[in-house]
Design a protein around this ligand. Sequence first.
Ligand code: GTP
Ligand code: MG
Length: 364
Amino acid sequence: MKVGLIGLPGSGKTTLFHALTRGEGSPAGGGRDALVSVVPVPDKRYDFAVNLFNPKKRTPASIEFLDGAATIGSGDSGGGGKFGSDFFVGIRSVDALVQVVRAFESPLYDKAPDPAKEAAAISEELLLADLQVIENRLERIKKQLSTRKSGAVLPEQIEQEILLRLKATLDEFKPLRGVELTEEEKRITKNFDFLTAKPVIVIANIAEDDLANAQDLPLLKSLRETCAEENAPLVVLCAAAEREVSQLDDSEQAEFLDALGIEEPARDRLIRAAYQALGVMSFFTVGEDEVRAWTIPVGANAVTAAGRIHSDLARGFIRAEVMAFDDLIAAGSWDVAKAGGKLRLESKDYPVRDGDILHVRFKV
Ligand SMILES: Nc1nc2c(ncn2[C@@H]2O[C@H](COP(=O)(O)OP(=O)(O)OP(=O)(O)O)[C@@H](O)[C@H]2O)c(=O)[nH]1
Ligand SMILES: [Mg+2]
């Protein structure tokens, strides 16, 4: 899974990126100084399983962060910011967008922060970018259709119809993520990688001094309202402080977080928000050889989960042995849980639950 950080210049994207990745990252190519890094997903259940099985190989779930908007043009946080032309290249391929908005006084700007306005400015840019893509495509379809005579409905006409519908949504200043599409429509529009169709998480980057009363900052009132309206998760944090914390070793971190009044590091909160926004969950495979966390869509069934591991497992699926993670924790060992009847046999269409441990029986 890939998540891209975007926002106006100086909003704190790179600072947050370093906090998330503990300072690691390699050039993504494309942008001035775009960075990518793969971050293991923190998960207490995974840690528990690793402790219990002490496996040879350990594979946590991971999430890829892209510090994407480094090619953004110059702007003035008041909505005048314009994205550079190559800005969207890297960002188009991500699964979710993280919009970082400035909610701290910055020497880079004379004006006081206006997080709601800044978020609206970014959303507008994304919307206009999608609109541009649609208009270009419609123009081309129109030309193609004008040169062809046919009684039958052409694929271009179907595409045109969908695009016009999407355009109408954008013309009303609404993002595409709210539009319901049939499976076929999804297939037709997939390659456009529309930016406003991606799930979005909003980060309010506040000053360190405001951390103590982050819950009811007047500065964030309006942003909270728009995020609630748009059903976008809002994560409030101070990127600069998070970056400092991330550089400490684990034992020092807890103490420092406590002193700052931060309950949970940004990385954990943001990753949780990303899982939620993307509608995904984890299941596990365990054993002495390997403990591994896998990511699948919420509601996926056992055969889909099996296919995530290997296509052979889906093809030759017989049954899945399933144990709920809480049952393993309660029993304290695999054998005790199994003896207590906690290992169930499930068939293909069993809806996997978050945290399930799966062992797939198959034959190919
Ligand atoms: N006070 C304060 N300063 C911050 C915070 N986050 C970032 N800054 C400062 O703001 C400036 C810009 O931060 P960056 O992380 O480089 O911002 P950016 O969004 O990556 O900027 P561009 O790459 O130019 O688009 C730096 O001087 C940071 O130290 C924060 O939470 N609080
Ligand atoms: Mg940057």
